[in-house]
Design a protein around this ligand. Sequence first.
Ligand code: ADP
Ligand code: MG
Length: 212
Amino acid sequence: MFTEAEGKSLLSAFGIDTPRGIEIAVGQMISDDIREPLVVKAISSTLVHKSDAGGVRVGVRRDEIDEVAARMGEQLAAAGHRLEGLLVEEMVPSGHEVIVGAVRAPGLGWTVMVGLGGVLVEVFEDVAFGLAPLANDQILDMLHELRGMKVLDGARGGEKADIPALVTLISRLAGPNGLLHSLPDDVIEIDLNPVIVSGTRAVAVDARFVVG
Ligand code: ADP
Ligand code: MG
């Protein structure tokens, strides 16, 4: 299993934008180059969906980290997990939450999935699939298959998402020279949930690499 921070440094090695952040022990200070507002995330080897167990707090100030950590430790303990450390990162300005995932099928290679985060994926199962390696026009076709594409395009007064930045992110993951093709064989699944796509950026704010 990769930690979230390890997964994110791999993503950034392939040019995929991730929030600036640092792993610290509880009680440790963070360096000045990490700007508020912050997001504090639990590091715990048994925890998969951090927010389900109270393991994510957004909009935190530097001087609140210890207090947030204490509360997080209690909440995790109540859910049967141990708080092993913290990932403290910069909070990315809001945007559309997009899910990008990939699953390795033996003999077939990687199947890539894209969908709009939140209710659109969970309730309406509005997702599109493709087989890596994906060319940019195939990635764009997948996005246009989504019913929610109108939302990304700024329907109903929402912000218009930077679609080229999202295509570039997916290409750096699943394109011909993308990260997927450089991973060791034991990595069987990747979830970037969510990628926050604003008018100017597409940033992977969560990364899960599953080792089989
Ligand atoms: P989980 O393990 O629960 O999926 P995430 O890392 O995805 O944890 O965080 C939960 C939610 O918090 C995300 O869906 C996103 O809305 C928000 N979030 C997480 N990290 C950031 C960040 N760096 N900037 C802004 N929002 C974030
Ligand atoms: Mg997540």
